[in-house]
Design a binder for this molecule. Structure first.
Ligand SMILES: Cc1cc2nc3c(=O)[nH]c(=O)nc-3n(C[C@H](O)[C@H](O)[C@H](O)COP(=O)(O)O)c2cc1C
Length: 312
């Protein structure tokens, strides 16, 4: 079988990719990690919670801090503050479709004003001595998908990699990600920086097939990794031509306990237990008759209680 060698990124996901989860994904084979998005306005006002979101452990490297914003001042101040934490790169979020962010001109809103996107990106590149990367979408809506030109222009102002989610802002998360335009960016002879493909990678087979079909330098996995860090181990095995068995029930429980304890250290027990509630479906997907346990987990308030329910 053909050998594949390509990095796999864990997608930044607000409310999901906290330190505990990132470290587990790294251990299971994710090569590159990125923080949850951080508001440049909040960061430039030195809001404590934003600083916490930037924190990372040495074993998370290569690690990027992702910022979002809509003004040159806030973005450059935030980028400098992020750079002081010495991550490996700063990523600018030009893709978030959420109304609250878009209405302030940040995230994917910038896709309606490409000259501004280029100007602000250039300012961030100049503000820091670290590599700057961009994560964005194909365009604003189906009648406006300028990503090939956008990627060139961002490369010209000095970004060092681009991640493309194969949807428009109008699509939000609906429909199917269109990787053909991601492939077009990669195959543009003017492009020299790495192109990372993102959108709907939900199995090791798809990761390897899309890497091969579209020629991207790396793939990024988001939703399919929620409660399922094994996907990275499976991709790693497949790209070496090996297969990887599904985790046993005991392995799943061990990993949930590990995740709870990691988050207990960084956020306290209560937040760790409450936040885990959204992850059980992923961790126990396909496990026969898990529902009664899940119902009890939804009202558990301590780690010991969760363990008792899971192992009992
Ligand atoms: C719960 C959730 C939170 C997200 N938060 C972020 C974020 O903070 N920054 C970002 O660039 N993208 C964010 N995204 C988008 C993902 O990084 C990714 O681009 C998207 O989910 C498509 O990839 P997937 O099909 O593999 O999930 C988020 C997605 C989800 C589902």
């Amino acid at each position: 079988m053909q050998q594949f060698d390509f990095p796999v990124y864990l997608a930044p996901m607000e409310g999901v990719t906290d330190r505990g989860f990132r470290r587990i994904c790294k251990e299971y084979g994710a090569d590159v990690l990125i923080s949850e998005f951080i508001s440049s306005d909040a960061l430039s006002r030195e809001v404590a919670k934003s600083f916490l979101k930037m924190a990372f452990a040495e074993d998370e490297r290569p690690f990027g801090v992702q910022i979002f914003g809509s003004t040159e001042e806030a973005l450059t101040v935030a980028a400098r503050l992020a750079a002081e934490q010495q991550p490996d790169f700063i990523d600018i979020n030009w893709g978030c479709p959420v109304k609250k962010i878009v209405s302030k001109g940040a995230g994917s809103a910038i896709l309606q004003d490409i000259p501004k996107m280029v100007r602000l990106t250039s300012a961030v590149v100049k503000a820091v001595n670290l590599p700057v990367t961009v994560k964005t979408r194909l365009g604003w809506d189906s009648s406006d998908k300028p990503i090939v030109e956008v990627a060139e222009r961002l490369q010209d102002v000095g970004i060092q990699a681009i991640t493309i989610h194969g949807r428009t802002r109008a699509q939000q998360y609906g429909g199917e990600a269109d990787w053909s335009l991601i492939g077009e960016v990669k195959n543009n002879p003017r492009m020299t920086i790495p192109v990372i493909g993102n959108g709907d990678i939900d199995s090791a087979e798809k990761a390897v097939a899309y890497k091969e079909r579209y020629g991207v330098d790396a793939v990024m996995v988001g939703r399919a990794a929620i409660g399922n860090p094994w996907i990275f181990r499976q991709i790693k095995a497949l790209r070496n031509g090996e297969s990887c068995p599904e985790p046993t029930y005991e392995e799943r429980v061990d990993l949930v306990m590990r995740h709870l304890r990691e988050n207990e250290r960084t956020k306290g027990e209560r937040s760790a237990v409450l936040e885990m509630r959204t992850q059980y479906s992923g961790y126990f997907r396909g496990v026969f008759n898990f529902k009664p346990r899940k119902i009890r987990l939804m009202s558990a308030l301590s780690i010991a209680e969760c363990e008792e329910i899971l192992r009992g």
